[in-house]
Design a protein around this ligand. Structure first.
Ligand code: SAM
Length: 307
């Protein structure tokens, strides 16, 4: 089945798995396969002009290569051996912006199929601990295979509802970072077929937003938490800015919204003062899937300034 016109303009993004290889070696590999390397892109326009057997290094993310939209690497040996991960650029933002130092303890609250977990593990250089949760057995099985293939070692994967994970359990006392990428309407995913693109009902949005708010609030109750990234592949304000706003109303004295990635061109909708600190992404503005990201940080001593 044909993809939607917007989807056909989104490039093929390839994240280099630094647990197994490095950007230079992957670039050399593709050059040997007949691709021409054009270096680091200077603009989003340069990404959209890619065609034929040409590729670039992304301008925003350090380990991301960019190929023309129709490129398919699912059979490529670098993919099947876990040296590269086929992951949309927007979906690389959460782990990149969470940026835990090697050795950190991190929770990936809604983790399957594990692309962001493997990205976190690469940033941690497999040092520290990732506690990953999901409720879906099938997706967890896929995730296990994926993490093995990617060489991820420092993780514990559990089939558990994140809302039932006890923040006071001593196991999690050193958890300083949480990535929360909960179930959402998926309304930002542009590869779907037209008949699947029907807008979610008001009732479904309310139910999703209810879960998202609960999960975000729960995440902020981990005692050692310093930094959290909340993300969705939804375009709906109810699941994005409105969730962040509602949760900050309750936790605003302890956590603030970070004005993250100032050079990112697409910002949160003006739903509340400071919402432009959030990031949005879309096929037209950023040549990616539709996406939303917010970064929250615990107020430091003497840091009570609202962002
Ligand atoms: N972060 C994943 C990645 O990058 O590969 C994608 C996560 S997907 C958007 C949302 C996931 O949340 C689904 O796999 C779903 O099964 C899981 N989920 C839904 N409710 C959950 C809950 N209460 N606790 C943990 N996981 C949950």
């Amino acid at each position: 089945p044909a993809a939607s016109p917007a989807a056909s303009q989104v490039p093929r993004y390839v994240r280099v798995n630094t647990l197994k290889t490095c950007v230079d070696d992957v670039v050399d590999f593709f050059k040997r396969q007949g691709y021409s390397y054009l270096g680091k892109a200077a603009s989003v326009e340069e990404l959209s002009a890619l065609s034929g057997k040409k590729f670039l290094l992304d301008l925003h993310l350090p380990e991301l290569l960019v190929f023309p939209p129709q490129t398919d690497f699912h059979d490529n040996v670098l993919y099947t051996s876990g040296h590269i991960i086929l992951q949309d650029k927007a979906s690389c933002l959460p782990a990149f912006l969470l940026s835990p130092a090697p050795g950190s303890h991190v929770i990936d609250a809604c983790a399957a199929p594990g692309n962001k977990t493997s990205h976190l593990a690469a940033i941690l250089q497999n040092k520290g601990q990732i506690f990953a949760f999901d409720v879906d057995t099938k997706r967890l099985a896929t995730m296990n295979t994926m993490l093995m293939r990617a060489g991820v070692t420092a993780f514990q994967l559990a089939q558990q509802d994140f809302l039932t994970v006890d923040p006071t359990d001593s196991k999690y006392r050193k958890v300083t970072h949480i990535l929360l990428d909960p179930s959402c309407s998926g309304s930002g995913m542009v590869t779907r077929l037209p008949q699947e693109e029907a807008a979610p009902s008001a009732e479904r949005l309310r139910a999703l937003a209810g879960f998202q708010r609960k999960a975000l609030s729960h995440a902020l109750s981990f005692p050692a938490l310093q930094r959290l990234v909340y993300s969705t592949c939804s375009l709906h304000r109810e699941e994005n800015e409105a969730v962040v706003e509602a949760v900050l109303r309750d936790h605003g004295s302890a956590f603030r919204l970070v004005n993250t990635f100032p050079s990112w061109p697409c910002r949160g909708l003006a739903a509340f003062p400071g919402a432009e600190s959030c990031l949005r992404a879309s096929p037209t503005a950023t040549l990616t899937q539709g996406f939303f990201v917010a970064v929250l940080e615990r107020h430091g001593d003497g840091d009570a300034s609202p962002s």
